[in-house]
Write a protein that binds this ligand. Structure first.
Ligand SMILES: [Zn+2]
Length: 107
């Protein structure tokens, strides 16, 4: 039997808190979730060689803002897609992945 989310909350200070059916709660930093985004584009980016330190990347106005989660949609009964405030919403976060990251908090 797999645990599934019973409650999703956006806490202040850039955290998503998920209550699970087995009674545990885990919290996730928005940036942590963004960094592990499992979509093909992000996986490719993470595997690419680091850019030259002499090359300045220009941040888009959205990227310059503190990262937020604008919404989460269930995908089947095994995952959630997360819409981030930087405009990225193609990542499918499986429940298995969400159980393996973040940190447990007292309920
Ligand atoms: Zn992605």
């Amino acid at each position: 039997m797999h645990a599934y989310p019973t409650k999703l909350e956006l806490a202040p200070d850039s955290y998503l808190v998920i209550s699970w059916s087995d009674g545990t709660r885990r919290r996730y930093r928005f940036g942590e979730l963004r960094d592990i985004c499992p979509c093909a584009t992000c996986r490719e980016k993470r595997n690419a060689p680091p850019p030259s330190p002499l090359e300045l990347r220009i941040l888009s106005p959205q990227e310059a803002q503190p990262l937020r989660i604008n919404g989460m949609q269930p995908v089947g009964n095994y995952a959630y897609s997360i819409a981030f405030s930087d405009g990225h919403d193609t990542g499918i976060f499986t429940l298995e992945l969400l159980r393996s990251v973040g940190e447990e908090v007292a309920s």
